[in-house]
Design a binder for this molecule. Structure first.
Ligand code: FE
Length: 204
């Protein structure tokens, strides 16, 4: 019986593991955008930090597209890693180590685009061409019922803010801090979450 990679990860190793994914796979292209996957996520984190966001939002933005690399976690087949539901896959691999605020921002970043297209008509005009193309594959703007349901999530405002940094992180040539700059922040979020869980029957 072999253990999957995600079963061997811990609060002590997850940040190095994420750093290694950024390092080794970050250069992959972000389909249709003028930035690589790592540049995209690091730029998003940069814009979140510049806006004065708390660390938890910066970290959520930094990791929002980690679902493109879930094959690294050993829990998904190669067929799952392409753009099909990368947001759900990303939330699932982060769930053992990060609070719901982070995983909701990851899980619903595509929904947030569909929400904003419906609720803020000017938003659609600001989307990149590739993002409009994927919007159509993702179900187009939300209908009224979906909008109401989305607004019921208490993390809705945070999810929307992460989405705006996601949209901003597509600037060719913008230099950002490396992953290592954010690593201590990521670790603080993991530690706060996992130490809180320790008292609730989960081994530390
Ligand atoms: Fe993104």
């Amino acid at each position: 019986m072999s253990m999957t990679k995600s079963e061997t990860l811990s609060a002590e190793t997850i940040v190095d593991f994420l750093a290694e994914i950024f390092e080794r796979r970050g250069g992959e292209e972000y389909l249709g955008e003028p930035v690589t996957m790592a540049e995209h996520m690091l730029q998003g984190a940069h814009f979140a930090e510049q806006a004065g966001e708390p660390e938890i939002i910066i970290v959520a933005t930094l990791l929002h597209d980690i679902g493109h690399f879930t094959s690294e976690f050993g829990t998904f087949s190669m067929d799952d890693v392409e753009d099909r539901h990368h947001e759900e896959a990303g939330a699932q691999v982060l769930e053992p180590f990060f609070p719901t605020l982070v995983t909701d921002c990851v899980r619903y970043h595509v929904a947030a685009k569909r929400y904003l297209c419906a609720a803020r008509p000017e938003y659609l005009g600001k989307l990149s061409e590739a993002s409009i193309h994927s919007l159509n594959l993702q179900g187009g703007p939300m209908n009224d019922g979906e909008v109401l349901a989305f607004e019921l999530n208490q993390n809705c405002p945070a999810i929307i803010r992460v989405r705006t940094y996601d949209d901003a992180g597509k600037e060719a040539g913008l230099t950002t801090q490396p992953f290592s700059y954010y690593a201590p922040m990521v670790q603080r979020i993991v530690d706060a979450h996992c130490s809180g869980m320790a008292g609730q029957g989960r081994s530390a």
